[in-house]
Design a protein around this ligand. Structure first.
Ligand SMILES: [Zn+2]
Ligand SMILES: [Zn+2]
Ligand SMILES: [Zn+2]
Length: 153
């Protein structure tokens, strides 16, 4: 019996793109939010994902305010995004570390794939961070179902 060339399967490579992918790992993200009107009207251009906090210049894993496109550090650093929300009422923020969107008013993550208003900025951020567009789940049918002719049987 030949010994199997069995390298142990113990080592596991973590592919960063997958790790940060939006396919899995969302924590109870909401699919609706009443505060979307506060989104900036032009989110086609946003700061780079490695932009420093505009207040303390913390260099990484910051948040982007989706109302004024300013960059602030997380609650784990100097809480400047939280303070910005408390001062300005800007409640929607996108995390540059995993591209999740948080609503301070809802106190919850928002599902960027299900909330179409968030998809453009998510796409731009994804493009800047990973240099490629995100692959959305096939949800077009949900969005368009009212338009499309339903099976006429
Ligand atoms: Zn909300
Ligand atoms: Zn800061
Ligand atoms: Zn803001």
């Amino acid at each position: 019996m030949a010994a199997e060339g069995g390298s142990s399967s113990g080592t596991r490579e973590v592919v960063e793109d997958d790790f940060f992918g939006a396919e899995s790992g969302w924590v109870e993200a909401r699919t609706a939010c009443d505060h979307l009107p506060s989104l900036c009207s032009d989110l086609s251009q946003i700061p780079l994902p490695d932009s420093p906090c505009s207040r303390c210049h913390h260099p990484a894993e910051n948040w982007l305010c989706l109302s004024c496109k300013d960059v602030f550090c997380s609650r784990f650093i100097n809480k400047h995004m939280l303070k910005h929300y408390e001062e300005s009422g800007h409640c929607l923020a996108l995390s540059f570390s995993d591209l999740s969107v948080w609503c301070f008013e809802c106190d919850a993550y928002l599902d960027v794939q299900m909330i179409w208003q968030l998809r453009p900025v998510y796409e731009v951020a994804h493009l800047l961070k990973f240099e490629e567009r995100p692959s959305f789940r096939a949800i077009e049918s949900l969005q368009l179902s009212s338009d499309q002719g339903e099976g006429s049987s």
